[in-house]
Design a protein around this ligand. Structure first.
Ligand code: ADP
Length: 375
């Protein structure tokens, strides 16, 4: 069966009206991040934050309209309540980043189409939680995803993905990744016993990370998510220089101090020409498990404001919730164990946004690659 095209999907979506706004979702510019692979279609529907769950029927109508097209095997539409926020006139380099990848110093990883680094200015802001749920969210959107834990000081991926054991190397050269929830992963945590204090010096850090990354049989991947070590020091800088990153996601909490680190993070990625896909505000606000009342513990919205000020996209907010801590620490990430929860929806919206941005950057990169002409 011929594969469905983006034009056909958009044409189908022009048949879906938003009754509140009296026009179709495409003309209203509500569709973003449209991506498709082998008949699996994913896109986001941008709504206003206050519209929330009210738009669920619209989401379903969009899915049904696309599902009816011949050649479509599955459709995933997610509601996303934010807009890309570069301030008018702000330098959009971080947002679109159409910089060609510097090939010689950043050898490709065979079979891996795009690589996204998840970074944070400091530890404890939920970087690994976001990396794990983002990877699982991208997988739910139909992409082939891998997850690499490059935090060699405090590897969290084994615990958060609920994976135990040691990776095997049948040929003695390349290592088989450890698979959890259908995602191949690699982490130093599989190789050294837990609670072993690890003392790494600069060059060792780099070679350990590169070995972990390059000597793994990742297979064919649409996206490899890399959980970077916290901070914006030498280790992160060198990694960003040596690995062909398609883009970076920066995780922050809303406090001013954390936001200072976001600035450092953006500056670091700019230095090495890695586009910043956007900023995630984690622990954005607290929802009480007893009364469902909302409290802005750290002050809320700081990351969105910083993103707008720096001309970087804002990807979304994740609430501070006990269920996120419990699932993340128990190895049962919320995106897979409670996919219908509000928290999972927040991660899914971010995943859909990131998928769209990666797709656009990969297309730009392919268009810039030199063509080889054989005469
Ligand atoms: P980092 O990778 O930045 O050091 P982690 O992802 O390890 O941070 O998160 C630190 C701790 O905070 C973990 O116990 C995690 O479960 C918890 N946590 C992260 N995000 C949230 C959240 N949104 N709500 C509640 N707990 C969270």
């Amino acid at each position: 069966m011929p594969e469905v095209s983006k034009e056909e999907v958009l044409a189908a979506l022009t048949g879906v009206n938003d009754p509140e706004r009296g026009a179709d979702v495409v003309s209203l510019g509500m569709i973003s991040g449209l991506a498709m692979r082998d008949g699996h279609v994913t896109f986001a529907i941008e709504i206003k934050p206050e519209e929330g769950a009210r738009k669920e029927p619209l989401r379903r109508a969009c899915e049904q309209a696309v599902d009816r097209l011949p050649g479509v095997l599955s459709v995933t539409a997610v509601l996303t309540a934010h807009r890309e926020g570069p301030a008018p006139g702000a330098a959009p380099r971080a947002a679109t980043g159409s910089t060609p990848r510097a090939a010689p110093s950043r050898p490709e990883i065979a079979g891996v189409r795009t690589i996204v680094a998840v970074a944070s200015g400091k530890g404890g802001v939920g970087k690994s939680t976001v990396a794990v749920n983002l990877a699982l969210g991208l997988k739910r959107l139909g992409l082939r995803v891998g997850l690499m834990d490059s935090d060699i000081y405090g590897p969290s991926v084994p615990r958060m993905m609920g994976i135990e054991g040691r990776p095997q190397s049948p040929d003695g050269k390349r290592v088989e990744p450890m698979v959890g929830y259908g995602i191949p992963t690699m982490s130093i945590g599989y190789l050294v016993p837990r609670d072993t204090p690890m003392i790494w010096r600069g060059p060792m850090v780099q070679s350990a990370i590169e070995q972990l990354l390059r000597e793994v049989n990742w297979g064919e991947l649409d996206v490899l998510v890399i959980d970077l070590p916290p901070g914006t020091g030498d280790a992160q800088l060198t990694l960003s220089q040596r690995v062909p990153l398609t883009g970076a996601v920066i995780v922050s909490t809303p406090q001013d101090v954390a936001l200072l680190d976001v600035r450092k993070g953006i500056a670091m990625f700019e230095r090495v020409n890695v586009p910043v896909l956007g900023i995630v505000e984690n622990m954005s606000y607290f929802v009480c498990p007893h009364c469902s009342g909302r409290t802005d513990i750290f002050g809320h919205g700081g990351a969105r404001a910083t993103a707008a000020e720096l001309g970087a996209p804002f990807l979304g907010e994740i609430p501070l919730r006990l269920v996120i801590r419990e699932t993340s620490d128990a190895g049962t990430p919320i995106v897979v164990t409670a996919p219908d929860s509000e928290e999972a929806a927040a991660f899914m919206a971010i995943a859909a946004d990131v998928a769209g941005r990666l797709d656009r950057l990969a297309e730009e990169g392919a268009a810039q690659a030199p063509r080889i002409v054989i005469q």
